[in-house]
Design a protein around this ligand. Sequence first.
Ligand SMILES: *[C@@H]1O[C@H](CO)[C@@H](O)[C@H](O)[C@H]1NC(C)=O
Ligand SMILES: *[C@@H]1O[C@H](CO)[C@@H](O)[C@H](O)[C@H]1NC(C)=O
Ligand SMILES: *[C@@H]1O[C@H](CO)[C@@H](O)[C@H](O)[C@H]1NC(C)=O
Ligand SMILES: *[C@@H]1O[C@H](CO)[C@@H](O)[C@H](O)[C@H]1NC(C)=O
Ligand SMILES: *[C@@H]1O[C@H](CO)[C@@H](O)[C@H](O)[C@H]1NC(C)=O
Ligand SMILES: *[C@@H]1O[C@H](CO)[C@@H](O)[C@H](O)[C@H]1NC(C)=O
Ligand SMILES: *[C@@H]1O[C@H](CO)[C@@H](O)[C@H](O)[C@H]1NC(C)=O
Ligand SMILES: *[C@@H]1O[C@H](CO)[C@@H](O)[C@H](O)[C@H]1NC(C)=O
Ligand SMILES: *[C@@H]1O[C@H](CO)[C@@H](O)[C@H](O)[C@H]1NC(C)=O
Ligand SMILES: *[C@@H]1O[C@H](CO)[C@@H](O)[C@H](O)[C@H]1NC(C)=O
Ligand SMILES: [Cu+2]
Length: 551
Amino acid sequence: YFFWDEVAWLTFNWLQVKEASYTRLCSTKNMLTVNGQFPGPTIYAKKGETIIVDVYNRGKENVTIHWHGVTMPRYPWTDGPEYITQCPIQPGSKFTQKIILSTEEGTLWWHAHSDWTRATVHGAIIIYPKNGTKYPFHKPNAEVPIILGEWWKRDVNEVRDEGLATGADPNSSDALLINGQPGDLYPCSKSGTFKLTVDHGKTYLLRIINAALHEALFFAIAKHKMTVVGTDGSYTKPLTRDYITIFPGQTFDVLLEANQRPDHYYMAAITYSVAPKYQDFYDNTTTTAIVQYRGYYTPSSPPSLPDLPAYNDTDASVQVMAGLRSLADAEHPCDVPLSTNTNLFYTVSMNSYPCVNNSCGGANGTRFSSSINNISFDFPTIDILEAYYYNISGVYGNNFPSFPPLVFDFTYDYLPLVYQLPSTGTEVRVLEYNSTVEIVLQDTAVLAETHHPMHLHGYSFYVVGWGFGNFDENRDPLRYNLVDPPFQNTISVPSKGWVAIRFEASNPGVWFLHCHVERHLTWGMETAFIVKNGKHPEAQMLPPPSDMPPC
Ligand SMILES: *[C@@H]1O[C@H](CO)[C@@H](O)[C@H](O)[C@H]1NC(C)=O
Ligand SMILES: *[C@@H]1O[C@H](CO)[C@@H](O)[C@H](O)[C@H]1NC(C)=O
Ligand SMILES: *[C@@H]1O[C@H](CO)[C@@H](O)[C@H](O)[C@H]1NC(C)=O
Ligand SMILES: *[C@@H]1O[C@H](CO)[C@@H](O)[C@H](O)[C@H]1NC(C)=O
Ligand SMILES: *[C@@H]1O[C@H](CO)[C@@H](O)[C@H](O)[C@H]1NC(C)=O
Ligand SMILES: *[C@@H]1O[C@H](CO)[C@@H](O)[C@H](O)[C@H]1NC(C)=O
Ligand SMILES: *[C@@H]1O[C@H](CO)[C@@H](O)[C@H](O)[C@H]1NC(C)=O
Ligand SMILES: *[C@@H]1O[C@H](CO)[C@@H](O)[C@H](O)[C@H]1NC(C)=O
Ligand SMILES: *[C@@H]1O[C@H](CO)[C@@H](O)[C@H](O)[C@H]1NC(C)=O
Ligand SMILES: *[C@@H]1O[C@H](CO)[C@@H](O)[C@H](O)[C@H]1NC(C)=O
Ligand SMILES: [Cu+2]
């Protein structure tokens, strides 16, 4: 069970979702923001605390808010994914949400979880060690959130709607962002560029979040190395790198030592994209911010840019993943299940639906779709959690398959075209309380291979193995890391590869599993788990709050 050995009840004022006017790239638009800020306000907490947030919707569209990476022990009610654990907070309404922290420590984030509203509705959650405990590294001189995002000149809903109407890939963003700013390589963006002032000899903890809707990002700082010390709200063994790859949904805590000649240096991010066969859209721009040393000197102009891998360098994209290890020490034990009793094999695929006269905008005139185990998820109109709790039938089915319906050479380049058509459904998988679960997530080359950052709600999981090609159930488990695997909530299934994750299903509730590339989620690459209650009262879901938003 989960025990809260220190519960402090904090009230984090409120989050007010509303429209505000913002100017970037020489043009102005109205967009949804939170408390008038973009990115939204940072929530600060200590490990184990419970935070109460009053969420007001003062906008014109439905929204929900999700606490990304918070496991919410026994309390899925305010987890946030629309039509999975709640109905949307409708314009003019309020929902009081609890953020229940337990084992998380480090950097997480919050974001809207309804349509594409999270493009502008997001912010950081910073979780400090509790009183009497410390960071497992030297205390940094300062801490800085670095929130990476995407900017469209147009309203993001128009971009989404156009993509859905034509069946094509929606337009890629017009700019990438660091802390809400594109940086001075873009037109009209010089004055707003984010600047981090540093003192020579000091150490800075960068809390980096990839809040982009679609793009995986390479991130680096010119002439400086970064030491990864945590990811997804969990510490790691120090890992020093020239660049990191951060997939949508992930966070990295990195230490930056200001140990270079006093000058101005760019930090920069570009998209990692394998530019699959039928998708040549990606944001190919470079966002920058400036690390400026304090002191008297003439800065280089322009500052030097960091070396970043080529946009399509898949080997480079897995280098951080390959080196990540959890701390696995006495204070931060590793509880990876050494054996599992529930073994699931999920294929993640891009798909397409045929269109009359090949009239759609996707591959060969088709309409894009995507699936897990060949099921493209259809959202219900009542949330699954309430349907489960109140025994409302006809909302979802519990027949999500444990294995793909058809086993083939998943990563073969010339698969039959008939494999592209998925089936459609609202299917979930029921897990027994306390079952030990392994999921192998396998990318396929159906339609087009690409990476898929898969995010699980309600749990962090141990990433015990990964590789390229087809998963081999005899050979690959022998290479699993069962000693110090990283503990994450979002893991990228490599393009034409697989990843294996393990967790113990000790958190009852309804928990979403989905690709964090937003258009893939829109196209159906998601499903949910229902984790049953255990026998003991402390192994059971808590009752719902009285103000659940109605459908
Ligand atoms: C933790 O420490 C802070 C500052 O030292 C103090 O204000 C707070 O009351 C302490 N909290 C607990 C739960 O001891
Ligand atoms: C998408 O891009 C095309 C081509 O640049 C443009 O004509 C269209 O207006 C864009 N649509 C949206 C919604 O941004
Ligand atoms: C980026 O993509 C656009 C079209 O989407 C293209 O016109 C431009 O040349 C590309 N820029 C670079 C640097 O590749
Ligand atoms: C990356 O793209 C370049 C062209 O932009 C191409 O020449 C190269 O073969 C690609 N590399 C890989 C690994 O696909
Ligand atoms: C499909 O194409 C045929 C032949 O050009 C045409 O007769 C028919 O009306 C088209 N159907 C639709 C729905 O556009
Ligand atoms: C697209 O059409 C071409 C030519 O008809 C065909 O060779 C190719 O396999 C098709 N691809 C898909 C994804 O349908
Ligand atoms: C739902 O059904 C279960 C088992 O049939 C029962 O124990 C439970 O009380 C029912 N819940 C409600 C809210 O009706
Ligand atoms: C997926 O389901 C569709 C519809 O049932 C079926 O036609 C297709 O063969 C299936 N594809 C695979 C790869 O399982
Ligand atoms: C859950 O599983 C653990 C072993 O992983 C076991 O020690 C514990 O007793 C189980 N709890 C319940 C309530 O079944
Ligand atoms: C907003 O949510 C309500 C309740 O689920 C739903 O009836 C309505 O259609 C939604 N509005 C939009 C624009 O999706
Ligand atoms: Cu995806």
